[in-house]
Design a protein around this ligand. Structure first.
Ligand code: CMX
Length: 141
């Protein structure tokens, strides 16, 4: 079902501060930055200098609005690991396979994720307490 670990997401209060911290502390570089209004986030994808193409990235997620999932996560837990994202080739097929195993998906239909990927989430209570994102990258990514 899963072809690779796509990224690990960290909730942060301030995106620019978090980017600078990861750069100055660990030497990570920004590979991509965007605002995803549907998800209510400003976000950045970070990479290590030695990463091969397609290597798992670190995603920094800052809230755009108080009613967003990231704002709620920060209120409850403070900054920290928020999600684990698995790459799949066909998100609808992955959703169907998981539903057949009795695992709840958060959305009926895939939504737009980072860099025009198609995404859904698995309910953390059904998969060991980890919020799992399914990511079908856009063609060419
Ligand atoms: N990881 C693990 N468990 C989590 C969690 C997380 N990130 N967020 C919530 N939970 C747990 C809660 O602690 C709660 O557990 P208890 O019942 O034991 O207290 C349970 O899940 C349900 O919590 P809830 O209050 O019913 O739900 P929330 O309002 O906290 O929402 C969730 C949780 C997963 C439904 C919501 O965060 C969501 O819709 N996430 C998907 C979208 C998202 O995360 N977008 C931001 C990233 C965008 C991107 O990656 O592009």
């Amino acid at each position: 079902l899963v072809t690779a670990v796509d990224h690990v997401g960290i909730a942060v209060a301030d995106l620019d501060e978090a980017i600078a911290f990861q750069r100055d502390t660990f030497g990570l570089q920004v590979a991509h930055e965007e605002t995803n209004d549907d998800q209510g986030v400003r976000e950045a994808m970070l990479r290590a200098p030695g990463d091969a193409a397609g290597a798992a990235q670190i995603q920094l997620l800052a809230p755009l609005r108080e009613d967003s999932a990231i704002a709620k996560f920060l209120d409850r837990n403070g900054p920290g690991l928020q999600q684990l994202a698995y790459r799949v080739t066909d998100v609808e097929a992955a959703m169907a396979a998981l539903r057949a195993k009795g695992v709840r998906l958060l959305y009926e239909e895939p939504r737009r994720g980072t860099a025009d990927s198609r995404i859904n989430f698995v309910h953390p209570k059904d998969v060991g307490g980890v919020l799992v994102e399914l990511v079908e990258p856009a063609p060419g990514h």
